[in-house]
Design a protein around this ligand. Sequence first.
Ligand code: ADP
Ligand code: MG
Length: 361
Amino acid sequence: MAQPRILVTGAGGIAGVNFVRALRASSRHYYIAGTDYNRFHLEYPDVDARYQTPRHDDRSFVSTVAKIVRRESIDFLHPQPSSEALVISLRREEVDARVFLPPGGLMKKAQDKLVSQRILEKAKVPVAATMALRRDLDVGAAFKLLGRPLWVRARHGAGGRLSLLCNTPQEAEHWVKLWALRGVKVSEMILQEYLPGRNVAWDSVWKDGRLITSYARERLEYPFKHVSPSGITGTPSVARTVHDRKINDVSVSAVRALGKSPNGAYSVDLKESTTGVFCVTEVDAGKFHTTMPLWGLAAFKILRMPWYANLADLYVRIGLGEEIPGSIPQTNLIPAGYYLLRDMDVGAFLWREDGWKRRLL
Ligand SMILES: Nc1ncnc2c1ncn2[C@@H]1O[C@H](COP(=O)(O)OP(=O)(O)O)[C@@H](O)[C@H]1O
Ligand SMILES: [Mg+2]
């Protein structure tokens, strides 16, 4: 295909902007159209055509995307936000373009942190001990069973939605009740054993059950952490690549536990327990973590790694049905010890502790 035509939805989000930017660095020329529901953010990505769409939960979202696909003769569709990827995967036959997504049913299970925790636990993948809340709010029992402090969080959503570290049953109860007053069902909240250790992201690409490649990085800082009660703000301002067999093994088993034949991008989040065990807090099936295309871009452009290190490019080529060389390392794709430093209005740097530094953005 001389000039594949790509549509990226949610292209105005930071992850979408990063994805488009990484495709632009490819030796191949892509025609790229982008959509977003926010008309201001739609101005951010470097796309050839922009379309404002309704939100993913609007009845006309999928039909609007399908119309753009037809009008732009799109070959490959990449829905970037998990919420948009889910509805498109569930209704993929309505859209006349290739996608590279896990089945919708699998994505739905993965996007429910209680359901996925139970699946992983059953498959003996390390996870935080978790209690679901019923309407009668058995918070006291959770503290007796799971210890203290506890991590309270929502079953759905991203960016650490409604999460809070609670030291006492009273704190947890108030937190859950506050959100119930604001319309969040009590059954939407879960209580988890607190995992105090290292915070790690493992990003991977799979094709028909085969792990194509992956790398891991430790999150060291979140931007604007002081404005969030939990300190989590979604995507890190400082992260460092790590090579760790345990992280790789746990992540691979987590992805496999969710479905026999993983396909597409899978982003796994892990946090270390008090006893130093890496526990999986989330398997985002079908999702490029926000900085995954940025790490790929850094590996390709700054570290001068082969084309496949540009993960967005690799993912699109596999999604277009192209043959992929067998020589790609399945794990530890990016060398260890590189830091990605980024923040609003600051740009982005690749940095090493020996003082080596390159500007990425
Ligand atoms: N049980 C837990 N104990 C401590 N921190 C947690 C726990 N669960 C999640 N977190 C923190 O919250 C962050 C966001 O949670 P995650 O599972 O990735 O869901 P999402 O990204 O969808 O909000 C994690 O990276 C981790 O730092
Ligand atoms: Mg996450």
